[in-house]
Design a protein around this ligand. Structure first.
Ligand code: IMP
Ligand code: MG
Length: 177
């Protein structure tokens, strides 16, 4: 059985950091549209807040489905595109928005895939980073919070599809009954 009672990052702190990240992104991306490629489902709340904190009107929001986890807490190491983009990103400034980088398997695969489509630029923004767990390198430009090796839920992140709706980020503890 699991319980998610320990708050790792409270909602207000997340909101403040997301606004700071948006300001950095706003300053780095010059004119023209930003193509946000958001990874379903975990990044859906982060991308909604981040996009609203960007002040320019020209922000395109696209979604991709990638699976590498199933309902387990550890990576299967297998990455599959379950929903592809329906826009052409050639020549565009693309920002991948992800909830968390863990092993790096998902994002190193996705970066290679999107590079083949010849965007003008390709950067990554992740809310959370667990660098201790990295097995594949990822070049990530914007990191919300670097966190220890704990399984976290809330603010879009799930365990077996639960907890996504929580406004805080919490640590999932296993409890014996
Ligand atoms: P990676 O391929 O190992 O970097 O895993 C990235 C994906 O694993 C994320 O998009 C999440 O869906 C999932 N994941 C990794 N760590 C956590 C966690 O602590 N909580 C919830 N999901 C996680
Ligand atoms: Mg997940």
């Amino acid at each position: 059985m699991f319980k998610a009672e320990r708050i790792l990052i409270p909602a207000e702190q997340i909101q403040q950091r997301v606004r700071e990240m948006a300001n950095e992104i706003e300053a780095d991306f010059q004119d023209g549209p930003i193509y946000i490629v958001s990874i379903l489902k975990g990044a859906f709340i982060f991308v909604a807040d981040l996009a609203r904190a960007l002040k320019r009107p020209c922000v395109r929001i696209e979604f991709m489905g990638i699976s590498s986890y199933g309902s387990q807490k550890t990576s299967s190491g297998q990455v599959k595109v379950t929903r592809d983009l329906d826009v052409n990103i050639e020549g565009q400034n693309v920002l991948i928005v992800e909830d968390i980088i863990d092993s790096g398997v998902t994002l190193s695969y996705l970066t290679r895939l999107l590079e083949q489509r010849k965007p003008k630029s390709l950067e990554i923004a992740t809310l959370l980073d667990k660098p201790e767990r990295r097995i594949q390198p990822v070049r990530v430009k914007y990191v919300g919070f670097t966190i220890p090796d704990e399984f976290v839920v809330g603010y879009g992140l799930d365990y077996a599809e639960d907890y996504r709706n929580l406004s805080d980020l919490r640590i999932l503890d296993s409890v014996s009954m």
